[in-house]
Design a protein around this ligand. Sequence first.
Ligand code: HAM
Length: 434
Amino acid sequence: MAINSVKGTHDIIGKEAMGYQYIENVFKAVCELYGYRPLVTPILEHTEVFTRATGEASDVVRKEMYTFLDKGGRSLTLRPEGTAGAIRCLVEHKLAATNDLPLKYYYFGPVFRYERPQLGRYRQFIQAGIEAVGEDSPYLDAEAIVIAMRTLDFLGFQNLKVKVNSLGDQASRDAYRNALRDYFRPHLDSMCADCQERFKLNPLRMLDCKVPSDIELGKNAPNISDYLSDEAEKRFYKTLSLLNALGVEYEVDPGLVRGLDYYGQVVFEVHATSSSGADYGALLGGGHYDGMLSDFGGDKSIDHGVGFAMGVERLYSILQEDGKLEGVDPGLDIYLMPLGEDVLPDCFELAEQIRGLGYTVSLPYEKLKMGAMFKRAERANAKFAIIVGSDEIAMGEVQLKNLATKEQISAKIETLQETLDSLFGETEEGHHHE
Ligand code: HAM
């Protein structure tokens, strides 16, 4: 019987793999522009990392984690998001003691959630995220949004909708939770079992309920904006004014509370639909958080962070549908064509020499007909063919054919570097190996 991939997971192959890699490269380049550095933490963490930091009341932690006992009887979890593990790592290695603050890191890798698979929703998916940790500043909050927008802009997204809101400080949220409990209490009996649980754990989570009648009820619930302390409100306006100064367009969405428990102050999401109208859900979500470092025994005086994570599958799907990934296949510089069995060893060596010059080369490993080799060169998206016959090899020469213009010249192997450099210098994109 055939064995297929696990439900909700997917293989990334061929052009798709190049598209994903392109997105990763753009994301990394943008993060580096802002002085962020790469961080690679384990996919596997102690379950407590997420129950403590990501939040007991969130659906992600309550229902969606891949948690199991390992052979030593420890409860381990495949990370359902990147933030908690990143903070665990920064605290464990005391990075705040030996580095300037804020610590600024980015990451790119798989995360796991046991959700119902549907458009834009997987059980294993890739998140590209950043965290700026150790300093409490609206500048950093605004910068996180700006980094996300610059990444999306570089990737070619248009018509983005940026939603921002403030969840305020602890006092604001305490007051708001009380108001939510007062609002929902008379309806509690008619609400879903999850909401009855959320009522106790964190009534904010009642606002992300997916049950239609509960959504309806949530529409008239009080807004956090009416419960912000003066200070939280001032801070929110400061963040918005920084966005205004940089020309980032956004809308304030008082209903945006995000699905994870750790947020305070500014939270944000970016939404987009493809040109065909397909809605893959939020492209990214993030926000500010206080108190997570001390969850892991870190320093209370620097207990702040802000970050976001993008769903890379969602980015890919929209870019692909909108034809924005057409140019990501770098193709091949040279397809080497041995004319006959006896020049195969020479070609094998020549290919190595040319790769040493920085050009990408493929070749067949057995004798093929000319027509078959030209087909392969075309499928590999090759720019040039180098045709190698035994007589020419004896004279130290090869035939060099531009596969676009069909122009063909003979070239001395001895001076191949100069010839290739000038030929590739002439092609439209120029030589991309510099
Ligand atoms: P999140 O909103 O839970 O935030 O996830 C971030 C993004 O991951 C979403 O906006 C979406 O694009 C993508 N995503 C979520 N679930 C799925 C799924 N099942 N399939 C495909 N894509 C999905 C976080 O995870 C926070 N750690 C972000 C953050 C970083 N906040 C502060 N720092």
